[in-house]
Design a protein around this ligand. Structure first.
Ligand code: SF4
Length: 413
């Protein structure tokens, strides 16, 4: 009952927050925050498309992809000319390693332009070749995140991934030799796919434990409303009661050996956090469909790939939608993200927001404390065991709102 209320409220709240204004370039200018922002780079190409995926992705075309990478490099220089500096890079997709030499050149350029200290790249199991690993290591990649979802062959077939990436056994065999090549090797997994059950979840965790990967990110199924319809017709309704059982079981199995670095990310050591939105207060988004958040302004680049390339060719920022948040909304966004990382330091908040904390956040703190989601140990608020799942719900709804926004914008372009 309580979870259903949280879901409903979060859904309404995030749908409201994702109402952007069309077009126009925001007044982006380098801020004065203590920590340098992150540079998010989006590569929207995939060799084959998975039916449940709500990300911004299109089928790989070699020439278009090459032009796209050139445009990305030019966009990097536009940010440099505007005076931005970044300390970290996250390359997401799509499939970022779809043209490895282009990625290599792009990372090299970003390294020349900015004081980059950490690089995280996403990939798929069939791209774990010796050559790709060597290129990524040489490019300075610290964290490699591999989209696995499950090792269960039936589930992989349901997700349309068996033919593309091989059986669970093949995927595990590809993953194993990559361990030790990067500071962090992350396995992206999924829970609450409609045809998943507790037995195949337990077997997936057995495989992960025996592999001993540095980090495991267990995402709940987060699909846009339009994809939900497709899945419902094929596999039936998504059951959120099952989601809670799955989550608690995952935490029970993984927590002795791993620690929580976000509500759904389990790390063995001081690994880099999977969600850069936890680690970085601000990020620029480059590439088609990227979303950035700088100086309280959230913006999205055009989802139309050829338009993106053409606007960059004309030295234009390819921004298609903008929303500037009031201070109150910026604080609520920060509250959500910091607690997604399991704790919020009240002193840091006060420093960042000129002493303001309870005056704006007391309703949220009161509501989540009464619901048993938060506990205070000076100087931080922490998620309780129940609170971790509450934050899974909140973040699931946050990303569903982002996915709906993507669908809405793609449809209009
Ligand atoms: S799940 Fe990954 S590989 Fe599949 S279409 Fe989406 S981005 Fe591409």
């Amino acid at each position: 009952m309580l979870n259903a209320i949280i879901t409903e409220r979060a859904r309404r709240e995030f749908a409201r927050a994702m109402q952007f204004e069309n077009g126009g370039a925001p007044q982006l200018h380098p801020g004065d925050s203590q920590k340098l922002p992150l540079l998010y780079i989006h590569i929207p190409f995939c060799e084959k498309l998975c039916p449940y995926c709500s990300f911004h992705r299109v089928l790989f075309e070699r020439t278009l992809c090459r032009d796209y990478f050139s445009a990305l490099r030019k966009e990097i220089t536009l940010y440099k000319k505007a005076g931005y500096r970044f300390s970290g890079i996250y390359v997401g997709g799509g499939t970022p390693t779809v043209m490895i030499e282009e990625l290599e050149d792009t990372l090299a350029l970003a390294g020349e332009c900015f004081p980059i200290r950490e690089i995280s790249v996403e990939t798929n199991p069939d791209h774990l070749t010796d050559r790709n690993i060597a290129v990524l290591k040489k490019a300075g990649v610290n964290r490699l995140s591999v989209g696995i979802q499950s090792f269960d062959d039936r589930l992989l077939r349901d997700m349309d991934r068996y033919e593309k990436y091989g059986s669970g056994e093949v995927i595990a065999r590809r993953l194993s030799p990559v361990l030790g090549n990067f500071d962090t090797l992350n396995a992206d997994m999924i829970f609450n796919f409609p045809s998943q059950n507790m037995q195949n979840l337990e077997r997936d965790i057995d495989v992960l434990m025996s592999l001993g990967v540095d980090q495991i990110t267990y995402y709940p199924l987060m699909i846009s409303d339009s994809t939900r319809q497709v899945l419902r017709e094929k596999f039936g309704q998504i059951d959120y009661r099952k989601e809670e059982q799955f989550y608690h079981r995952i935490a029970e199995r993984l927590l002795p050996a791993y620690r929580l670095s976000s509500a759904w990310c389990f790390s063995k050591k001081e690994a880099m956090i999977d969600e850069y939105i936890v680690d970085y207060d601000e990020y620029a988004g480059i590439g088609s469909g990227s979303i950035g958040y700088l100086n309280g302004t959230c913006y999205a680049n055009t989802f139309h790939i050829r338009e993106y390339i053409s606007r960059i060719d004309h030295d234009e920022m390819p921004i298609a939608a903008v929303r500037t948040f009031l201070l109150r909304d910026q604080m609520r966004y920060d509250f959500l993200m910091k607690l997604f990382g399991t704790k919020l330091d009240v002193r840091d908040f006060r420093t960042k927001y000129r002493g303001i904390f309870y005056r704006v956040l007391w309703p949220s703190i009161l509501a989540f404390s009464l619901a048993g989601s938060l506990t205070y140990r000076a100087p931080c608020f922490h998620l309780t065991k129940q609170g971790r799942y509450t934050w899974v719900i909140m973040m699931r709804e946050f990303f569903i709102a982002v996915n709906n926004f993507r669908d809405f914008f793609r449809a209009g372009q």
